[in-house]
Write a protein that binds this ligand. Structure first.
Ligand code: AMP
Ligand code: MG
Length: 370
């Protein structure tokens, strides 16, 4: 069964070299033969060095051929991403892992067995075939096998090796819907595959397996405890552990301000009552001064705030809901033109480390203890 491609968007922008890119949006459902047409078009674009945004279970990714340095160059350009911030290579079949790395440690297979396909990225030594343009100049490569069916179908259709960083412009919150991708990349890429709202909403957990002891470089949906249950001993990069460190983070991307709304975001930390009264004081003052201020809170506390603009991230007892909503709420502050944002902390039991890692980066480390 073949369908007319659904072209919702036809954004046009003139690139420096004068080329015009039309960005199409096509829906996919994650099964053949319904997706045949979108997969054939995708394969065509990717094999010709172009870019396609795809849904994954974490966030939307901006995909290009991982083995083509020119395609990687285009990804950096479309995102405005610093060229020392390496891309994650996505595969659809475990047998393809050995193409990317010459010396895969036993731990990689153990972790893959438990968490792949899924939201875990592993850092391995890279093989010759992986261009340094994809790894930001490093001799290591980040690899993930997503569980999203559309993503895996896409990777297979496009030859098996797809570089795909998050599909936002650099610095902005990651995209959890096709519409977010359109906001950021319309006119810069050939196609957006709309697979609906993503499931998890936070980027993958990253673990480095190139050292003597595995090291957590970025917290994500798969928690430190889950990793330890498989590989016993896991170090945590001091930068994400919140420790002062003169060393740069091992995941180069973690040194950049990220996920940030345009308004100034501050996290308020402390006992519930004190946090609420501090934020109420601040938003009242902002109102007097004619500044548009908003609050990011859990649903349980929502009614405690006087501000007209209170955004609910979800129930504090439902951390999956908070993770899922975080980036789209950060984007909504921009839509409303909010200038000042005060956020509660979301120290939930399992993915709280990942949620707070993103929120603290979005706040540029601004935390006030009350
Ligand atoms: P994104 O694709 O936007 O989720 O960002 C990918 C993250 O993976 C960035 O923080 C990168 O710095 C990190 N990363 C990718 N490749 C490597 C690598 N070879 N070594 C360490 N970190 C990496
Ligand atoms: Mg990103």
């Amino acid at each position: 069964m073949s369908r007319e491609p659904e072209v919702i968007s036809a954004g046009e922008k003139t690139e420096k070299e004068g080329r015009v890119i039309k960005t199409r949006i096509m829906k996919a459902v994650g099964k053949m033969p319904d997706d045949r047409e979108v997969m054939e078009l995708s394969a065509d674009i990717i094999k010709n060095g172009g870019l396609v945004a795809i849904p994954t279970e974490t966030v939307y990714g901006l995909a290009g051929n991982a083995l083509d340095p020119k395609a990687s160059g285009k990804i950096y350009k479309a995102k405005g991403r610093p060229s020392d911030n390496p891309l994650i290579v996505h595969i659809a079949d475990i047998k393809d892992l050995k193409v990317l790395s010459p010396d895969i440690p036993e731990n990689a297979y153990k972790l893959a067995e438990k968490f792949w396909p899924g939201p875990l990225t592993m850092i391995l030594n890279k093989s010759e075939i992986v261009p340094k343009a994809t790894t930001g100049g490093l001799d290591t490569v980040a690899v993930r096998m997503p569980s999203n069916e559309i993503a895996r179908e896409f990777i297979r259709a496009c030859g098996g090796f797809i570089a795909a960083p998050s599909a936002n412009t650099s610095g902005r919150p990651s995209c959890t819907t096709a519409l977010h991708v359109k906001e950021d990349l319309d006119g810069r890429i050939e196609l957006i595959i709309d697979g609906g709202d993503v499931g998890i909403g936070l980027e993958s957990t990253i673990i480095d397996l190139t050292g003597a002891v595995p090291c957590l470089l970025r917290p994500g949906y798969i928690s430190l405890e889950e990793l330890i249950s498989v590989v016993k001993n896991v170090d945590v990069d001091p930068v994400i552990a919140g420790k002062e460190s003169r060393m740069p983070p091992k995941a180069p991307g973690m040194k950049y301000r990220h996920y940030a709304p345009r308004g100034e975001l501050t996290i308020i930390s402390g006992e519930r009552e004190k946090v609420i009264s501090y934020i109420n004081e601040k938003t009242a003052r902002a109102k007097k001064d004619g500044i548009k201020a908003a609050v990011l809170a859990c649903s349980e506390n929502r009614a405690c705030y006087d501000s007209a603009l209170v955004y609910d991230a979800g129930s504090i007892y439902n951390e999956e809901e908070i993770a899922h909503n975080l980036f789209s709420v950060l984007r909504r502050f921009d839509e409303e033109g909010v200038q000042l944002i005060y956020s509660e902390e979301f120290n939930t039991p399992n993915i709280g480390m990942a949620i707070m890692n993103r929120l603290i980066k979005a706040a540029g480390n601004k935390i006030i203890k009350v």
